[in-house]
Design a protein around this ligand. Sequence first.
Ligand code: B12
Length: 259
Amino acid sequence: MLSCEGADFSKVLKRYDIDLQVEMTPQEMAAKLLPADPVFHKVAEEVMYMRFKTVGPVVAQAIKERDPLDVINKGLVAGMEIVAKLYAEHVYYLPEIMMAAKTMEIGIALAEKQVPGGRESKATIVMHAAEGDPHDIGKNIAAVMMRSSGYTVIDMGRDVPVVDAVAKVEEVKPLFISGTALMTTTMTAFPAEAKMLKDKGYNTPVMGCGGAVNREYANSYDLGIYSEKAPQTPLIAQKLLDGYDWQKIREEWDNIVGE
Ligand code: B12
């Protein structure tokens, strides 16, 4: 009979491509990238290892020890950022991204309830993923950050037709509308929305976001402004509240986001 005695399984039970393609294993990356704070470390680890069954109790404990907003940003979102890095390094693939995002969202839903509420809303903003675009993970992260910064977020979801986005702006007159596009085929929704709004006499900024969009593109159409990362958005929103218009946001962008 075949005997396994003495076999070194660490050489066998390892994904072949990790050794071939990247210098570090997920465990080595974890040691390097996970937050140093033990509480945030544990929370980020839940997302990184896609533990959607245990993230609830871990987050419940974390919000007893740390500010719930920090648990979201320094724990759950930090974990998702590591997952994005692992994806870029070809260590993780699409299923891992989806399961990690699900884990993060379970945790966020729990922690969000504990973010001190009852504050007066600073303003209403509209968020959506562009027409034809199903990618909404980044938008959902940005929406949490805006809610926790005191804004009322009307999240229209994904694959939102241009006309619906424009109609929502007409209905609620938000401080700005932000759109997420991860596909080069969908980012054209933003200039289309901006043009329709302008033709109707609105001066509402149309913030272009997501992997397909860069600052140059977002600045290439009237009303267009740019936000690259979720934490930049409350800084830009504050300036709009202070009376800046879309042109001034563009001019002052580096100072506003601290680049
Ligand atoms: C997950 C994923 C999917 C999931 C989306 C699930 C979901 N609910 O979002 C599913 C499986 C549905 C999917 C489908 C498709 N996908 Co896809 N997908 C991805 C993938 C792997 C990860 C995207 C992601 O969620 N990243 C993690 C989040 C956190 O990052 P993020 O969205 O970039 O967000 C960050 C920033 O962009 C920014 N941000 C984003 N939104 C906002 C909003 C605001 C206000 C702010 C301030 C910031 C901000 O902040 C975030 C945090 O840093 C990318 C690959 C990649 N490298 O991005 C491909 C990718 C986006 N997909 C791609 C494609 C082509 C498709 C499909 C067309 C594939 C197909 N042939 O069927 C289909 C779409 C079909 C359709 N039309 O319905 C391409 C797009 C190529 C292009 N340039 O056009 C990519 C780049 C993969 C590739 N390299 O080819 N996909």
